[in-house]
Write a protein that binds this ligand. Sequence first.
Ligand code: 4NP
Length: 163
Amino acid sequence: MIRVLFICLGNICRSPLAEALFIHKISHKSYKDLITADSCGTSDYHIGELPDERALACAKKNGIFMEHRGRQLHRTDFRDFDYLVAMDHSNLENIKKLSMQVKLAPKNLHLMREFQQDAEFPEVPDPYYGGEEGFQKVFEILDESLDGLILELESRHQFNGIS
Ligand code: 4NP
């Protein structure tokens, strides 16, 4: 089983959208039972909360089912997940800080847009203080980046010949 964790700051905008869209994409694959995903935030700002209303609206508009409650990155995540995918450099630094504190190294730590072809900017922008159009932009970035991530996972893991 390959376990993927998407990480942002609040876990109410970018990472729950990434998780939901990733699961949606994987659900069409024959190897869907070999991959699981979750999301979390590096902050404790929105623990237990539903995603932001604008994120929920964005998922719905794009035909994606999203069901998540905010949770914070925890030391056990370094042990339990094979891939940690951060939305921006600040998330990445927060993840590294926790990893040093708890003395547990993440197995594979990446920035989401590493997987987007021809990304014009390395980060998934934080849409929290913007308008609805910012969420659609995030969705489009995630859509392209996740296709790249899925190709990477397929090439790395073969999934026992299933594709
Ligand atoms: P996210 O967006 O990290 O994509 O979930 C944010 C959500 C909440 C806050 C910041 C960013 N906040 O400051 O509460």
